[in-house]
Write a protein that binds this ligand. Structure first.
Ligand code: HEC
Ligand code: HEC
Length: 432
C-alpha cells in the first residue's frame, strides 16, 4: 500500500472501525484488499507503521482503481524543450521549412522530407508502409512529424536520440532520401537564396550540411499542437469535450486502461511493449517490400540465421539484441492520430475503430492473429469486454487528442545559380 493510501486509511479507521469504501489512487490494481490487525486506532496522529499494527481484524477495504499513482495523469501539453546548442530563431525556422520541402536534400533530387511526411496526409504517408526512395519502398509506416519534438527517442524502435540526428539519417538512408553529404552541401551553396538564409540563421559564410539538419529540427519544433479539445478541457473549459467524450475519458482511464501506457501530457510513457500487433502481410506479397525488410535486418546487425528466417519486425530487439525485446515498440502519442491513418508500425490497422477492436479482443486482429513473438507480449493487454457504446465513447475520446488539421503554405523554392558570373571570373583573371 502506498503512504497516501495508508494515511487516508488511518484517518478513516480513526473515525470509525467499520468497513469502509475508500476512493484513492490505486493500490495493486485488483480493487479489493483485506487487512487484519489487532485493535482499533485511537489517535489520528499515529504513524502508518503504528496504524498497520493496531488495525482491527478483517476489515475489508474496497479500493476503486482510478489510476496507478506511478502513471502520470493526462495533462495539457507544454511547449517542447529546445536544445541549448540549437536555439530557435525566425530565420532558422523559415530556412528549415524550405529545406523540409526541398527534394535537393536527397540523392536524385526527387524525394523531400515532405514526400513521406505530407501535410495533406497528416504530415505522414497514408499507406500502411511508406513509399521509399524511387525504386524502393520503406519497411515501416511513416510517422507524423507533428509533435515529434516531444519524443526522447525517434522511430518505432527508438533508434535515434534527437531531431538533429534524425534528419541526416532520413535524408541519407538508402530507402528514404539516399543523399550524400558533400553533394547535398554543394547544391545548397549554389542556391543564392540559401546562402543568404544560412548566413542569417547561423552567421556563417556558407551553408553547411550540419546546419541544414539543425534548421530542419528547429522547423519541426514549431510543428506542435497544444490546443486540442482535451488540452482545453484539462485547462478548465468543461464544454470542450462532449458528454460522449467525457464517458470515453473515464473508459480510457478505467475499464479500457489505455492510460497504463498512453499517459502524461504527451499521451505516451515512451516505453516499449509488445501489444500483440500481428505481422504485416506486405512482406509475403510484395517483392520490393521483402527486399527492404531483409536489407533492414542486415543493416541492423541481425544474425545470418535471423536474416534468412525472420518474418516480422523485431523492434527494440535490433537495439539491444536481447531476446526479451523482440516485438516491442515505442508507445506512440495519441495526439494528432485522427489524421495519421493507417496505424501501428507497419500500418496494420486502417482506422481507429479497428485499433479499438484490436485492443478489445486483447491484442488480436479480426482473424485472430497476434504477434509473432508471443513470449514477450505484455500482460497489460487483455480482453476488455467493451460494449458497442463503450467502443464509440472511447473512439470519440481518442479523437479529442487531435485539434484542427495543421496546414501550411508550401514554400516556393529558389533556383540554382553559379557562385560567380563569367564576367566576375574574367575580372579576377584580368586583375592578375
Ligand atoms: C522515403 C520516405 C521518407 C523520407 C524521404 C523521410 N522520411 Fe521521415 N520517416 C519515414 C518513415 C517510414 C519513418 C518511420 C521509421 C521508423 O519508425 O523506423 C519516418 C520517421 C520520421 C521521424 C520520427 C517520428 C517519430 O515519431 O519518431 C521524423 C522526425 C522524420 N521521419 C523526419 C523526417 C525528415 C526531417 C526528413 C527529411 C530530411 C524525412 N523524415 C524524410 C519516411 C520518410
Ligand atoms: C501496454 C501498453 C499499451 C496500452 C495499455 C495501450 N496501448 Fe496503444 N499502443 C501501444 C504501443 C506499443 C503501440 C504501437 C504498437 C506498434 O506500432 O506495433 C500503440 C499504438 C496505439 C495506436 C496507434 C497510434 C499510431 O500512431 O499508430 C492507438 C490509436 C492506440 N495505441 C490507442 C490505444 C487505446 C485506445 C488503448 C486502450 C484501449 C491503448 N492504446 C492501450 C501501447 C499501449
Amino acid at each position: 500500500m502506498n503512504s497516501q493510501a495508508t494515511s487516508l486509511l488511518v484517518t478513516l479507521l480513526a473515525m470509525s472501525a467499520m468497513a469502509v469504501s475508500v476512493l484513492t489512487s490505486g493500490c495493486n490494481g485488483n480493487g479489493t484488499q483485506s487487512i487484519s490487525a489487532t485493535a482499533p486506532m485511537d489517535k489520528q496522529t499515529a504513524s502508518p507503521a503504528q496504524a498497520e499494527k493496531s488495525m482491527p481484524k478483517a476489515i475489508k477495504v474496497t479500493f476503486k482503481k482510478v489510476a496507478d499513482p506511478k502513471e502520470p495523469p493526462l495533462a495539457p501539453l507544454g511547449p517542447p524543450s529546445i536544445p541549448t546548442d540549437n536555439p530557435m530563431s525566425e530565420a532558422k525556422v523559415e530556412l528549415g521549412k524550405r529545406l523540409f520541402f526541398d527534394a535537393r536534400l536527397g540523392g536524385d533530387a526527387s524525394t523531400s522530407c515532405a514526400n513521406c511526411h505530407d501535410p495533406d496526409q497528416g504530415w505522414s504517408f497514408a499507406e500502411e508502409i511508406s513509399r521509399g526512395y524511387p525504386g524502393t519502398m520503406h519497411w515501416r509506416s511513416s510517422q507524423t512529424v507533428i509533435n515529434s519534438a516531444y519524443y526522447d527517442k525517434l522511430f518505432a524502435a527508438g533508434s535515434t536520440p534527437s531531431l538533429e540526428s534524425q534528419a541526416p539519417s532520413a535524408a541519407k538512408g538508402g530507402v528514404a532520401g539516399n543523399g550524400e553529404d558533400d553533394l547535398m552541401e554543394a547544391r545548397l551553396r549554389l542556391i543564392p537564396d540559401y546562402v543568404k538564409r544560412f548566413q542569417a540563421a547561423f552567421g556563417e559564410p556558407w551553408p553547411t550540411i550540419n546546419n541544414a539538419w539543425k534548421a530542419i529540427a528547429a522547423f519541426e519544433r514549431t510543428l506542435v499542437q497544444r490546443d486540442t479539445p482535451l488540452d482545453k478541457y484539462l485547462l478548465g473549459d468543461k464544454s470542450a469535450l462532449s458528454e460522449q467524450q467525457v464517458r470515453g475519458k473515464a473508459l480510457f482511464e478505467g475499464k479500457a486502461d489505455c492510460i497504463a501506457c498512453h499517459n502524461g501530457a504527451f499521451a505516451t510513457n515512451q516505453k516499449y511493449y509488445n501489444i500483440g500487433v500481428p505481422r504485416s502481410t506486405r512482406w509475403a506479397e510484395d517483392g520490393l517490400a521483402q527486399i527492404t525488410f531483409r536489407f533492414e535486418y542486415y543493416a541492423k546487425g541481425a544474425t545470418e540465421e535471423l536474416y534468412r528466417t525472420a518474418k516480422d519486425d523485431a523492434g527494440l530487439y535490433f537495439r539491444n539484441k536481447n531476446k526479451w525485446s523482440k516485438g516491442k515498440f515505442r508507445v506512440p502519442s495519441l495526439r494528432y492520430a485522427k489524421y495519421t491513418a493507417p496505424y501501428m508500425r507497419q500500418g496494420q490497422f486502417y482506422t481507429l475503430e479497428e485499433v479499438i477492436d484490436f485492443y478489445d479482443r486483447g491484442g488480436f486482429d479480426v482473424e485472430g492473429n497476434t504477434t509473432s513473438y508471443p513470449d514477450t507480449k505484455t500482460p497489460l493487454i487483455k480482453k476488455l469486454n467493451l460494449t458497442d457504446t463503450e467502443k464509440e465513447d472511447l473512439l470519440a475520446f481518442v479523437e479529442a487528442f487531435s485539434g484542427d488539421e495543421i496546414t501550411i503554405q508550401k514554400p516556393k523554392l529558389s533556383d540554382y545559380a553559379p557562385l560567380f558570373t563569367l564576367a566576375e571570373l574574367e575580372a579576377v583573371q584580368a586583375a592578375k
